[in-house]
Design a protein around this ligand. Structure first.
Ligand code: KIV
Ligand code: ZN
Length: 391
């Protein structure tokens, strides 16, 4: 049976760019958009055009240059936002207006100060307006997972009836557990009478560190679109990480039998580019793209990896565009040290290996990692002493 295709909706340039420290200028946004095209995202959310003239300009430039992905622009449920998004997207090969309104009582009463009925009217008016500009309209119910289920189902049914082709139900504050969000999508999709007329989408935040697990659970609940970001950047603790979602479908295809259009060998380069453009380092132990994701320092692990990589690597680093490496430090063993010497062209006798190992452990107490220059200096000293002793 053929895999089901998961739609990868990248929101690095919108939700990601909104986060403190991640703002980019227009030229930087266009550079990242080009890389997202190479990476193979299906939908590229280029920005929130009404937010500023710079945002609108970036969306306009990306829409006119980037071919392949659908280019989306965000708009609140109000005519000025939707008209601005439509204007910015007008030269796109394929465009999507992504319009949203909050649906939880907390947001309706305390933030928007409108009634549920007014919210429903706004959905009718604004989804209809968005649909008059493009056939591809995504509607998001902000704070969906904390909304009253009956009311949410009415909102979703109304959005679909008025032309929404994708329904995104965000876990805006990252509050759900995985079993809960799976059940949530199963319930909404099962209860909304016209749910078969739209693609359901998940958009999870990482406040409890559950964004990726919850996105995958939402897929089990019936979603076919996942909204995510490079390096998991985004508001507060971030969004679901694109590279993690994609690699789960690849490495654990036996459990998550979906395909994506992502060229996984571009994951690491894309992560690096985002880090370079924003000046924000990727967490060292970040799954898939962190600098330690394929690094091995402990002696037992290094020994295993030298003998057979699969002992400690569940995916090949080259599959994500990264390289595996042994890090020499105070936990390393003789096997790794000998191998590194061989890689830099030095064959060691048993005695030299013992001496170099001692020197490495001693230096590693003062220095975090041992570099090739250190190894060369050890062997120089060992050999100098040997020849002085022989003379
Ligand atoms: O987290 C959220 O609810 C959002 C919506 C605007 C899609 O980012
Ligand atoms: Zn969000």
């Amino acid at each position: 049976m053929a895999d089901e295709r998961l739609i990868i909706f990248d929101t690095t340039l919108r939700d990601g760019e909104q986060a403190p420290g991640f703002s980019m200028n227009t030229a930087e946004k266009v550079r990242l958009a080009r890389q997202l095209q190479v990476l193979g995202v299906d939908v590229l959310e280029a920005g929130f055009p009404i937010a500023s003239t710079d945002d609108a300009e970036a969306v306009r430039l990306i829409a006119s240059e980037i071919k392949g992905p659908v280019i989306a622009g965000l708009a609140r449920c109000n005519p000025a936002d939707i008209e601005c998004a439509s204007e910015s997207l007008k030269s796109a090969e394929r465009s999507r207006i992504h319009t949203f309104i909050a649906t939880s009582d907390l947001h309706l009463e305390e933030k928007l100060r409108i009634s549920r009925e007014r919210c429903l009217e706004s959905v009718v008016e604004n989804v209809t307006l968005a649909r008059s500009f493009t056939d591809d309209v995504e509607f998001s119910a902000e704070d969906a997972t904390r909304s009253d289920l009956d009311f949410l189902c009415r909102v979703v049914e109304t959005a679909i009836k008025n032309g929404a082709t994708t329904i995104n139900l965000p876990d805006t504050v990252g509050y759900c557990t995985s079993d809960e969000i799976e059940q949530f999508f199963t319930d909404v999709i099962g209860r909304v009478p016209n749910s078969d007329k739209a693609v359901f989408s998940t958009h999870c935040h990482d406040d409890l560190g559950l964004a990726v697990a919850n996105s995958l659970a939402a897929v089990r609940g019936g979603c076919l679109q996942v909204e995510c970001t490079v390096n998991g950047v985004g508001e507060r603790a971030g969004n679901a990480s694109l590279e993690e979602i994609v690699m789960v479908t690849k490495v654990r295809h036996d459990r998550m039998c979906y395909s994506t259009g992502i060229d996984t060998t571009e994951l690491f380069p894309t992560s690096q580019l985002l880090s370079e453009l924003t000046g924000e380092a990727v967490q060292a132990n970040k799954a898939i793209v962190g600098r330690n994701a394929f690094a091995h320092e402990a002696g037992i692990h290094q020994d295993g990896v030298i003998k057979d990589r699969r002992t400690y690597e569940i995916m090949r680093p080259q599959d994500v565009g990264a390289i595996s490496h042994l890090v020499l430090g105070k936990h390393s063993g003789r096997h790794a040290l000998k191998k590194r010497y061989q890689e830099i062209g030095v064959e060691l006798s048993r005695f030299e290996l013992d001496q170099a190992y001692r020197a490495m452990i001693e230096l590693a107490d003062r220095q975090k990692t041992i570099e090739d220059a250190d190894l060369k200096s050890f062997i120089r000293e060992i050999r100098d002493e040997q020849s002085a002793g022989a003379a």
